[in-house]
Design a protein around this ligand. Structure first.
Ligand code: MRU
Length: 370
């Protein structure tokens, strides 16, 4: 099986007319790419998690903005701008929690608003294409940067480190490298032996199994000594003394350091505090939403009941009509967080001051106004 790091999560097609995404719902059994150029298909691919992970859906959003804007047939800049605003709203409605989607759409739209007075529609389309490509390239650099800071923490622990992670914040969740798994990839690039020097424990991550299907797949194909555990086994493993550090990704960080990540993350953080295990959040600075004072303001995506009652089972495994709770994310309180690793450095409490020192500021929003 090819190393997952060699797979492209999302790219623009050679002719620039469509988005190519790796269909992550089929992994690890099948490696299939989809070519998408219709708004509804892109929306569905994001909603159904064919492409997922906060930074990856940000890159998808940027390419989608360009590909769909390119299809608008008008020379009239006002009409073009109004149609772009509509498609931005529509794309943003596919998933509410990860701020990277609205961040990327806002960045594309901000460029349009800034340049539209002095450009033709055709010129504007070229600028939008270049901006989407830049967002894609930056994401690779940013993930590599997070990986380098995380690797410094691994070096402090030393070779043989036990790492736990939740959900998938690996290369599949970004343009390359990932966030929470980036320190592992950087360690391997620096000559660490995958079997001897690193031991990675992946929570399976109910209900959509991103840990089992994606993180375990990534680590396994990188040759790392990998263990899969059900979510309710995390406490057992932490108590056993095998875990030196926890790295998780995140979908949105509020100014006070509260953060949303895949459902189950807050429980992992609470257990880690109990056992005194350092708990780090890995986040591109674009995931830090300085417009939100605390995690109470982060919108939490609620998903359909059948993901809990039927998906992955040969037959339905819960009684018909039972009430189901299926939040896709939870919010972890900032006082459970040892540090937030960004491409600009590692933020520590008090987080707001730490973010401000790194130059992270609120960005103007055209969609996702809370
Ligand atoms: O629902 P998903 O699979 O998109 O959730 C993904 C996560 O929660 C990740 O940890 C987060 O997006 C960070 S990815 C670098």
């Amino acid at each position: 099986m090819a190393n997952a790091l060699s797979l492209n999560t999302v790219t623009l097609s050679g002719d620039g007319k469509s988005i190519e995404i790796l269909d992550q719902t089929l992994l690890p059994n099948e490696t299939k790419y989809l070519s998408l150029n219709k708004a509804e298909d892109i929306w569905e691919a994001i909603y159904k998690l064919r492409v997922r992970g906060a930074p990856a859906i940000g890159v998808t959003g940027a390419y989608a903005y360009f590909v769909l804007a390119d299809q608008i047939e008008t020379e009239d800049m006002e009409e073009f701008t109004a149609k772009c605003a509509e498609l931005m709203e529509y794309l943003n409605s596919s998933r509410p929690t990860a701020v990277n989607l609205s961040w990327a759409l806002n960045r594309m739209h901000a460029l349009l608003l800034k340049e539209k007075e002095s450009r033709t529609v055709a010129e504007m389309k070229e600028l939008l294409k270049a901006e989407a490509v830049a967002i894609h390239k930056e994401d690779i650099e940013i993930s590599r940067g997070i990986g380098s800071y995380g690797f410094e923490l691994l070096q402090e622990i030393g070779k043989g480190a036990g790492v736990m992670t939740h959900c998938n914040a690996g290369t599949l969740a970004t343009a390359k490298y990932g966030t929470a798994l980036a320190p592992i990839y950087v360690a391997l690039e620096n000559g660490w032996d995958p079997k001897r020097d690193l031991h990675v424990y992946c929570d399976e991550t109910r209900p959509l199994l991103q840990g089992a299907r994606l993180s375990a797949f990534e680590m396994q194909t990188a040759g790392v000594d990998t263990y899969l555990q059900c979510d309710n086994m995390a406490s057992y493993t932490m108590k056993s003394g095998k875990i030196d550090i926890i790295f998780v990704g995140c979908d949105r960080v509020a100014a006070n350091g509260d953060f949303a990540n895949k459902i189950g993350t807050s429980g992992v953080a609470i257990i880690a505090k109990h056992y005194g295990i350092p708990f780090y959040v890995c986040a591109p600075s674009s995931t830090i939403d300085m417009t939100l004072a605390s995690g109470d303001e982060i919108p939490i995506e609620q998903r359909k009941a059948d993901e809990v009652t039927e998906m992955w089972y040969r037959e339905r495994m819960a009684p018909e009509g039972v009430g189901v709770v299926n939040p896709a994310f939870d919010v972890t309180d900032h006082d459970l967080v040892t540090g937030i690793i960004t491409e600009k450095g590692i933020a520590t409490a008090p987080f707001k001051e730490s973010f401000e020192k790194m130059g992270i500021r609120p960005v103007e929003k055209f969609v996702d106004k809370n």
